[in-house]
Ligand binder design. Structure first.
Ligand code: PAF
Length: 282
């Protein structure tokens, strides 16, 4: 596995590789890698000649300094996992490589309503930071395919919008299914911050989504949301932010299950001081 730290070095190397007509798959991450990330690496490897994974904890997408400070860093372990899963190239940039002019001097794309609902409403500015860093990483890597997990459903919609609006990247987004632990918990880098007890409480999120999926169209969407919200509110240490049944395309709330629009159920909650999100296609 090749490991690049400096922007100019990876750019030089990728120029040569691209001139050879090789297809590039890119998996951007913030590290603390788990099997969910490895499923993205595997998918990329099956569809490209070379797979690149970046590990960069992007400060501009955190709303709380504390969340940024506590974000798990496990670079040695990440490199071992990537090597074990035969990732071809890892990019470990420093701040200066991503933000040579500082974080404030990059123009933010205007992506409309998709950045301000649900996650956007609870984490103002979060998607500006995501769109900013993904755009900058794509400028460097210029991949043919970009791989992201469905666990961050809204993030994938935002990035799709970014690609459509900016048109500066010749990259196709591939969204891969959420990977779950055997008991249903969606894999997330944040899970390692949960105590054993909190981890049991966190299972409420996936259980709520599975309940909605099993009962979708049997009850009204309001009833489903009301019922699971009530159950989630009874779980100790769990602070619910939202449960929503929304259109898959725009995340518009769907109040009626009569609609023929494809729907997704989404949930966000704090368990202790760890914020978790999950979703399921209906
Ligand atoms: O999903 C993530 O890990 C991050 O939001 C991403 C896409 C790597 C941007 O920092």
């Amino acid at each position: 596995m090749l490991c690049y730290k400096r922007r100019e070095d990876i750019v030089r190397f990728l120029k040569i590789v691209k001139a050879q007509g090789k297809k590039l798959g890119f998996v951007p991450t913030m590290g603390a890698l788990h099997d969910g990330h490895m499923s993205l690496i595997a998918k990329s490897k099956s569809e490209n000649d070379l797979t690149i994974c970046s590990v960069f904890v992007n400060p501009t997408q955190f709303n709380h300094q504390e969340d940024f400070d506590k974000y798990p860093i496990s670079t040695t372990d990440d490199l071992l996992k990537l090597n074990h899963n035969a990732c071809d190239i890892v990019f470990l940039p420093e701040m200066i490589d991503i933000y040579p002019n500082g974080t404030k001097n990059t123009k933010l794309p205007s992506l409309g309503k998709i950045t301000s609902v649900l996650e956007g409403a609870h984490r103002p500015g979060h998607f500006d930071g995501v769109a900013q860093v993904v755009g900058l990483l794509l400028d460097i890597v210029q991949p043919d395919h970009l791989y992201m997990g469905q666990k961050d459903y809204q993030q994938a919609l935002v990035v799709q919008k970014l690609l459509e609006v900016e048109k500066r990247h010749n990259t196709a987004l591939v969204v891969c299914p959420t990977q779950r632990e055997a008991d249903g918990l969606a894999m997330s880098s944040r899970n390692i911050r949960l105590s054993e007890e909190q981890r049991t409480h966190a299972l409420g999120l996936s259980k709520a989504l599975f309940y909605i999926k099993s009962n979708y169209k049997l009850c009204s969407n309001e009833q489903l949301i009301e019922h699971v919200s009530q159950l989630l509110r009874e779980i100790p240490e769990l602070k619910l932010e939202y449960v929503s049944i929304a259109s898959q395309a725009q995340l518009e709330p769907l109040t009626s299950s009569e609609t023929h629009e494809a729907a997704v159920a989404l949930v966000a909650a704090w368990v202790g001081n760890v914020r978790l999100i999950d979703n399921i296609l209906l």
